[in-house]
Design a protein around this ligand. Structure first.
Ligand SMILES: [Zn+2]
Length: 258
């Protein structure tokens, strides 16, 4: 069995140690300046260092410790199996406010929770990422083709004559879908339907405009979609949003040529 143990880079600990040290230093300075401040001063360490500690600790606990053939183990000991994999979200860094940079971390979403791989601060993050993407491909290849079963049952429920049979790739997609994820609020996160991953990106409308819009097409039936995605880094839980809208061929052609 292939197993990858994830190791943090030394610079990660140095940076966190530095940030932590600075906070503690300012905290001490403030407490010395306000020696007679009473009760409020006693809470200064909690107010200053608490939130930072909570974020770093949480980020650490939900990140992956081990990736292997069967699944992923988080630093908090929770284990997730590939058979429960729902989707993989790549979250890119934002440089200068609007340009998206290299991938910062990858969230592997399972039926019962998610695991983060902090690529930028791991010694072997890229190796783990490649392993995960390989695993995803294998899973997709071995998944049974869902619509094939219909042919074996003699037309029990004939499809509506006007629309014809549903497309096997994009048939389950409606006119509009929205996914929204907030860090620290995993229980309420929503995602675009899995079928949206199978659409082909034909054109990124303008990489400098946010939210990023891309024109996507179903390779099977040629239906067009407009995919929009935005990511906002917030200290108390970053926000990710994706929308997917079915669009007419005319609108798609206009976007393609525009
Ligand atoms: Zn289709």
């Amino acid at each position: 069995m292939k197993t990858i143990q994830l190791r943090f880079q030394r610079s990660f600990f140095l940076r966190q140690g530095f940030v932590g040290g600075m906070q503690i230093f300012f905290c001490i300075v403030i407490m010395m300046l306000m020696r007679h401040g009473g009760l409020l001063v006693k809470f200064a360490p909690v107010i200053f260092v608490g939130p930072w500690l909570a974020i770093v600790l949480r980020e650490y606990l939900i990140s992956a410790r081990q990736v292997d053939d069967e699944g992923v183990t988080r630093n908090d000991g929770k284990r997730f199996l590939w058979s429960d994999l729902r989707r993989i979200n790549e979250v890119k860094m934002i440089i200068a406010g609007q340009h998206t940079g290299p991938v910062n971390h990858v969230d592997i979403v399972f039926k019962n929770g998610s695991v983060r791989i902090l690529l930028a601060v791991l010694q072997n993050g890229i190796e783990a990422w490649q392993f995960v993407m390989g695993k995803k491909k294998t899973l997709e290849a071995s998944a049974p083709p869902p619509p094939a079963a219909a042919s074996s049952t003699p037309a029990a429920a004939p499809p509506a004559a006007a629309t014809g049979p549903k497309c096997g790739t994009c048939g389950e997609l409606g006119d509009y879908h929205r996914g929204f994820q907030k860090g620290g609020d995993e229980a309420n996160n929503t995602f675009l339907p899995a079928a949206s991953d199978k659409l082909k990106t034909i054109k990124v409308i303008d990489p400098n405009v946010r939210p990023t819009q891309s024109l996507q097409q179903c390779a099977e039936c040629g239906a067009w979609f407009l995919h929009e995605t935005s990511y906002e880094y917030l200290v108390y839980g970053s926000e990710d949003e994706q929308t997917l809208s079915r669009i007419t061929e005319e609108k798609a052609k206009a976007l393609l040529n525009g």
